[in-house]
Design a protein around this ligand. Structure first.
Ligand SMILES: C[S@@+](CC[C@H](N)C(=O)[O-])C[C@H]1O[C@@H](n2cnc3c(N)ncnc32)[C@H](O)[C@@H]1O
Length: 300
């Protein structure tokens, strides 16, 4: 990499950090959570499935945890759940939540995942490494992926959430519309964000989502094949994706959990192409987001 592109990456990374310091994500009003029951009640369906899929005695690290609603929820009833992020504002909000709900098994630390030294300084490995919606906002997604694998135990499980190259097309189109013909139309903007998050009553959350999806300084898009390559190169065994790559039994995850090898046969190119094309419509509400699950292969 040339010095110029290295410098550009440093500047861009700083922009992303400034962005999340300005508008932490997913963000929420702290008044929403007065006790642990309210935190549990507010958890979205995917978080519940994830929670059910992870044993209570497992250690978890949520990489790029933001304001930490997911890691806070996963820490309930567990002894060791970490949330790391490089945004001070996001971590500060998370710390207020931890204090308010006395979530003593939820550990928060400032870490830039592009910095291998900062990863090494964590000094431990986890049974589960979650990295949801983070790598596509870094200047080196594969480098960051390799760094966070250092946090995974030899038999540990990993989940990587990214924007899909095809699935993101509709969001990119909406983005263009909000910058041109609907630039001054708040009703349309509200409608677009409602499409993604259901309701916009929690203004902090709605603002967080709007900025994250429509005003972000940097995002990249990826394909399933690319992530499979990342997995293969690093001895991560592919398990499955959400949305599923199966044609007929897409509801299985509800029952079998998200780290179920039997849920997904290794997807060949044709299957990946067909599925990703279908995601243009199918995942348009989620902004073309998908998650790949895998397991660290102990035979290294
Ligand atoms: C879209 S948010 C996702 C938050 C959370 N994982 C979720 O799904 O709700 C992306 C998060 O990644 C963090 N992030 C981006 N680049 C990072 C980096 N290089 N090191 C650590 N965190 C980073 C941001 O600060 C932000 O909180």
């Amino acid at each position: 990499m040339t010095e110029a592109s290295l410098n550009n990456n440093i500047i861009l990374s700083q922009k992303v950090r400034d962005f999340y310091n300005e508008t932490p994500f997913p963000d929420y009003s702290l008044d929403k959570f007065n006790d642990i029951d309210e935190l549990i009640l507010a958890s979205y369906p995917f978080a519940e499935i994830l929670n059910r899929s992870i044993p209570k005695d497992a250690s978890i690290i949520d990489v790029g945890t933001g304001t930490g609603q997911l890691s806070a929820f996963l820490s309930v009833g567990r002894k060791c759940v970490w949330g790391i992020d490089f945004s001070d504002s996001s971590l500060n909000k998370a710390k207020l939540l931890r204090q308010k709900l006395k979530l003593d098994s939820w550990y928060l630390k400032k870490v830039d995942i592009l910095d291998e030294k900062q990863i090494d300084n964590i000094g431990m490995q986890f049974d589960y490494v979650l990295c949801l919606g983070v790598l596509h906002h870094t200047t080196n997604p594969y480098g960051a992926f390799k760094n966070i694998l250092k946090l995974l135990k030899p038999n540990g499980f990993v989940a990587i959430g990214l924007y899909n190259k095809f699935g993101r097309i509709a969001l990119k189109t909406r983005k263009l519309l909000t910058k041109t013909i609907f630039r001054n139309n708040d009703k349309v903007k509200d409608m677009f964000i409602k499409m993604q998050i259901g309701d916009i009553k929690d203004k902090e959350r709605a603002r967080g989502w709007w900025n994250d999806q429509y005003l972000h300084p940097h995002e990249s898009v990826h394909t399933i094949g690319e992530v499979l390559k990342w997995f293969k190169k690093n001895d991560i065994e592919y398990y499955q994706t959400i949305p599923s790559l199966n044609f007929f039994d897409e509801g299985d995850m509800e029952i079998a959990g998200v780290w179920n090898r039997d849920n997904g046969k290794y997807p060949n190119l044709i299957k990946r192409a067909i599925k990703q094309l279908s995601w243009i419509y199918k995942t348009h509400r989620e902004g073309g987001y998908w998650i790949t699950f895998g397991k660290n292969n102990p035979i290294k």
